[in-house]
Design a protein around this ligand. Structure first.
Ligand SMILES: [Zn+2]
Length: 123
């Protein structure tokens, strides 16, 4: 590997650079910082009297709510994610499973006729 400070080539298991003496940053640490992706979630603006907010859980952990016409930006590490979009906890309206390796945009709307949440991946 190479020293991040002086560029000298050093053995892969080095903790300190043998040329400039600075502590080397592990490549895995750099990687986890740079492999972040933006997940943009847009809630379609819908002019209906009954227009429930959409709840979102990510890998069963984070719970977000997105209101009519709003967009949220999430910064997430590369990896596998399951987004569940729902109106109430009992009703998992739409599940999107992705392998996050690039920025993505998810478009969410409430289908008034079906009374269900719809979510689409936009390329
Ligand atoms: Zn160095």
């Amino acid at each position: 590997m190479f020293c991040n400070y002086c560029g000298a080539q050093v053995p892969d298991d080095s903790i300190f650079c043998n040329k400039c003496g600075k502590r080397l940053v592990l490549e895995s640490h750099i990687k986890s910082k740079t492999n972040m992706h933006t997940v943009k979630i847009t809630r379609e603006s819908q002019a209906f009297l009954v227009n429930p907010s959409v709840n979102i859980s990510i890998n069963g952990k984070e719970y977000l709510s997105i209101e009519d016409g709003k967009t949220i930006d999430l910064q997430l590490e590369e990896g596998k994610y399951e987004f569940i979009f729902y109106q109430s906890i009992k009703k998992k309206d739409k599940v999107i499973s992705i392998s996050l390796d690039e920025d993505i945009h998810i478009y969410v709307r409430w289908n008034r006729l079906w009374g269900r949440i719809e979510a689409f991946l936009i390329k």
